[in-house]
Write a protein that binds this ligand. Structure first.
Ligand code: UDP
Length: 493
């Protein structure tokens, strides 16, 4: 369908950004458009299995590697991904190092055949705008956030209502299609900045990113119209060329692709978990995973674990590596937690095959930090969700799950956890809050049933969106056609 058109995809090297962009690359290539995805060697090793399978299935996907410049930026040797950072305080160093990819990318550009027709880059890589200007091709950004977040952010910037309310006063988010309330303490850093010098530098960086966004020709969003149609419609009044082409995770059709999203681990590594899931009753298991960059203190994680234990439901709890791992592992060894929950609770230390788990028929609920990928993966699985947002736009996503989809209950998180201020944050969510949320979500009464029905409805809608005449499939065709028009016009000029 799309011969001659060539998309150059530049992801931010961070799981929550790279994983959906790899999925998106596969979706675009299914339309016979050539796709080149640029990653660094470490990330190629980690994310390559899924990509190589897509290449060998005959789709026109290519992988090009650029060395990531760690030296001179205060980053540990071999650190090529934000989830490799020993502390998120180094995030600004990571962004500076990423910007050094501009020169080698420009050198690579002329070797690429056919000549790229468009760059789709993560919105955080604003230097890619310079590359598109130099080579006179459209710059399309991938945001990684929802239409709800984009619209709510825009409206807050215009109304500035957050400047006139107290930190914990509930206020109505301005000019949204639904009546939705939040507090200032739940808003992303843009509206609710931390005070440290580091935070100021990060804020300046984000302001630069936001300013550059206005130069983008368009935006592709990992969402679908049946979920966010009203928000998309309003947002289109603010920004032209917005294409909702998700949910991207549904591009993974077989178990191997689902299991290897974000990891090069073989599927056999997860056999124990899947066999255990097979042995559980349908829709009985709580899957708890708080994303890749979680800021929770060991004390808070312990409350989570004890809350799951108290709930008496079977569960899977994912514990990520990171600088706090040792304290948590020490507690586990001393407390006897794993022995007490043996047979009823499974702990995954490290990377979990999230999409594979969520789609398992035994999973009955998802306790999530509301990263947008996890949120939309929960929607695709049709499972009710317990929401525990932590930072960035995650409290907006909580509102999508609870108020728009109607399949969620909050565990009671009240304010964002800021980088560098984790320890100051008291234990926000106690074990009894977790236990109460699990009991509510597993409830067989009318409310629980309604949440499950809503979840099921949106799951069906998500699946339809990527079918042949589905909204996202049609939007993707329109997007590719739009870029082809540009390309043909460029050839005539
Ligand atoms: N993920 C996974 N296994 C894990 C943790 C995360 O597969 O153990 C995936 C998850 O499915 C999602 C992504 O990593 O696609 C995380 O993105 P999200 O936006 O949910 O959160 P972030 O980690 O960026 O805060």
């Amino acid at each position: 369908m799309a011969s001659g058109v060539h998309f150059l995809i530049i992801p931010l090297m961070c799981p929550g950004h790279l994983i959906p962009m790899v999925d998106m690359a596969k979706l675009i290539a299914q339309h016979s458009a050539t796709v080149t995805i640029v990653i660094t060697p470490g990330n190629a090793a980690r994310f390559g299995s899924v990509l190589h399978r897509a290449v060998s299935s005959g789709h026109p996907i290519r992988i090009r590697q650029l060395q990531f410049p760690t030296s001179g930026y205060g980053l540990p040797e071999g650190c090529e991904n934000i989830d490799d950072l020993p502390t998120l305080n180094l995030i600004k160093n990571f962004f500076k190092a990423s910007a050094k990819l501009q020169e080698p990318l420009e050198e690579m550009f002329n070797d690429l055949k056919p000549r790229p027709s468009c760059i789709i880059s993560d919105k955080n890589l604003s230097w890619t705008a310079d590359v598109t200007r130099k080579f006179e091709i459209p710059w399309v950004i991938f945001d990684g956030m929802s239409c709800f977040t984009r619209l709510a952010t825009h409206n807050l910037l215009v109304s500035k209502i957050h400047e006139r309310v107290g930190d914990f006063d509930r206020f109505l988010l301005p000019s949204l299609p639904d009546k939705i309330t939040m507090t200032k303490s739940q808003l992303p850093g843009l509206f609710n900045p931390a005070k440290s010098a580091d935070a100021k530098e990060i804020r300046t960086l984000h302001e630069k990113i936001r300013a550059s966004e206005s130069q983008a020709y368009g935006i592709v969003i990992n969402s679908f119209e049946e979920l966010e149609g009203k928000y998309l419609e309003e947002y289109r009044k603010v920004k032209q060329n917005v294409w909702c082409i998700g949910p991207f995770s549904l591009s993974n059709k077989n178990d191997l692709d689902k299991a290897q999203r974000g990891t090069n681990c073989s599927i056999t590594n997860h056999e124990r978990t899947i066999t255990w899931l097979d042995s559980q009753k349908p829709m009985s298991v709580v899957y708890a995973c708080l994303g890749t960059l979680s800021q929770l203190t060991p004390l808070q994680l312990i409350e989570l674990a004890l809350g799951l234990e108290e709930s008496e439901s079977p569960f899977i709890l994912v514990l990520k590596g990171g600088n706090r791992t040792e304290e948590m592992e020490k507690w586990l060894a001393e407390d006897g937690f794993e022995t007490r929950v043996k047979g009823r609770g499974v702990l995954i230390h490290g990377w979990a095959p999230q999409v594979l788990i969520l789609l398992h028929p035994s999973v009955g609920a998802f306790l999530t930090h509301c990263g947008w990928n996890s949120t939309i993966e929960g929607v695709c699985a049709g499972v009710p969700m317990m929401t525990w947002p932590q930072f960035s736009e995650q409290f907006f996503n909580e509102r999508v799950v609870v108020d728009v989809v109607g399949s969620g209950v909050g565990v009671g998180a009240e304010s964002v956890v800021r980088v560098g201020e984790e320890d100051a944050g008291r234990v926000q969510v106690k074990r009894m809050d977790v236990c109460k949320a699990v009991k509510m979500i597993m409830d067989d009464g009318i409310e629980g049933k309604t949440r499950r029905e809503k979840g099921k409805y949106f799951r069906e809608m998500a699946e339809k969106a990527i079918e042949e005449e589905g909204s996202s499939k049609v939007n993707l065709k329109l997007f590719i056609e739009d870029i082809m028009l540009h390309m043909n016009k460029g050839l005539q000029d």
